[in-house]
Design a protein around this ligand. Structure first.
Ligand code: MN
Length: 404
């Protein structure tokens, strides 16, 4: 008999996305090594007939209809796909070329139609670092930080799929003489985050209890909340981020089902003071996931400039959802909740250039000739992520963007 960890290890990693090729319309695919399994064609060929799932669900340019089927349907599809892929050559003997597309032939699309996007600030080491730089005379953390998962409502329309170029934004910021000027941002940055894709709606007026909150998550992506620090610094008081954030965010093309994170569940750091009752969870809600930032100049080598872990978040996913909805706010299928920048406690684990270059005062050395404080045109930023624990592995894929 196989041990549980060995069988998990050998089962295919599940990642859902939206792809197209040639003149075919975008549809739902499953990543399978360097290939994509075309779930519309698999469905039309009858492989899901006894599962009572209409092929039309997979013939969509977004995952929303598939997500809305719910966890029981997702489990049934997954079990069927696992059976098929375990005996791939037999199962698809006559139709192999119909159901598999090589990744290099496919174009990837934004995986969900995002109704609303919220960006949290749950990375406590990032929040402390930013507090030290932006408000040097006060406590690094504002008084509310350890009482609630702070967030702002972001802009859903400007979220793009991994691989899309990022246009440097222009806006207002203060020049060296503290006078407001307008021009291209001189302090363009990334923010290393995870993006949660909401899988179930709650009715308006009905909060989601914290211990049910994880059932509202369909999946997880890597998420880059590109930020213009000079614009942000001048505009953010009193109402929070606006043009410093709303020009673009990037998310990975492939979505990892939330259930795939369960082998990596760990307790977060002790929350002191004890959260109010509506934020108290009965089981550990953090996940140990390795996260990296790679930076490649236009004509240089790719270099890893940050290595950190998702367990550095102060608030967990369930607490974010419980807090978001406690006043009755309704979440919808396809909404995205991002975690906030995930930094560790040491310089090599900071999830933004603002922290890595300490607000531009400590330039990063990329090579003998190249340094960075903030991003330059032509720079490509790639986040990668994975879990590896007790012989079990999950790949979170990547999200990349090049500054133009
Ligand atoms: Mn952010």
């Amino acid at each position: 008999m196989k041990s549980p960890s060995l069988s998990s290890h050998s089962s295919p990693s599940f990642m859902y996305g939206i792809f197209s090729y040639d003149i075919a319309m975008p549809r739902v695919g499953l990543k399978h090594g360097e290939s994509i399994l075309d779930l519309e064609v698999v469905s039309l060929l009858g492989y899901f007939d006894d599962l009572d799932i209409a092929p039309a669900v997979f013939a969509q340019p977004v995952l929303n209809d598939f997500i809305a089927l719910g966890k029981a349907a997702h489990r049934a599809v997954r079990q069927r796909l696992t059976e098929l892929l375990t005996n791939e050559s037999d199962a698809f003997a006559d139709v192999h070329d119909q159901v598999f597309i090589h990744e290099s032939r496919a174009q990837m699309h934004l995986p969900v139609r995002i109704g609303d996007y919220t960006d949290f600030y749950a990375g406590i080491h990032h929040a402390e670092n930013v507090g030290r730089m932006f408000r040097p005379d006060g406590d690094p953390l504002l008084p509310n930080y350890r009482y609630m998962p702070v967030a702002y409502h972001g802009r859903a329309s400007s979220i793009v799929v991994s691989g899309r170029s990022i246009r440097r934004p222009s806006g207002q910021f203060l020049d060296a003489d503290k006078k407001p000027v307008f021009g291209p941002s001189q302090a363009l940055d990334f923010e290393l985050e995870l993006g949660l894709i909401i899988g179930k709606s709650n009715p308006l007026g009905e909060p989601v209890p914290v211990n049910e909150a994880e059932s509202y998550i369909f999946g997880v992506t890597l998420f880059n909340d590109w930020s213009a620090r000079d614009i942000q610094r001048w505009e953010y008081q009193p109402l929070g981020p606006f043009l410093g954030k709303n020009f673009t965010s990037s998310m990975s093309a492939w979505v990892v089902p939330f259930e795939d994170l369960s082998p990596f569940r760990v307790a977060g750091s002790v929350q002191e003071p004890t959260p109010l009752p509506y934020l108290q969870t009965t089981r550990p809600g953090h996940f140990t996931l390795e996260l990296e930032v790679w930076l490649q100049p236009a004509d240089g080598e790719e270099l890893c400039i940050c290595h950190t872990n998702a367990r550095n978040l102060y608030w967990n996913f369930a607490q974010m959802i419980a807090h978001h909805t406690v006043g009755g706010c309704n979440l919808n299928v396809g909404d995205v909740l991002a975690t906030g920048t995930i930094s560790g406690t040491t310089p090599g684990s900071y999830g933004s250039l603002l922290e890595l270059s300490w607000n531009g005062t400590r330039p990063l050395h990329l090579s003998h000739t190249e340094t960075r404080t903030f991003l330059q045109d032509g720079d490509t930023v790639t986040f990668r992520g994975r879990g590896f624990l007790n012989g079990v592995r999950v790949d979170l894929g990547e999200v990349a963007g090049t500054i133009i």
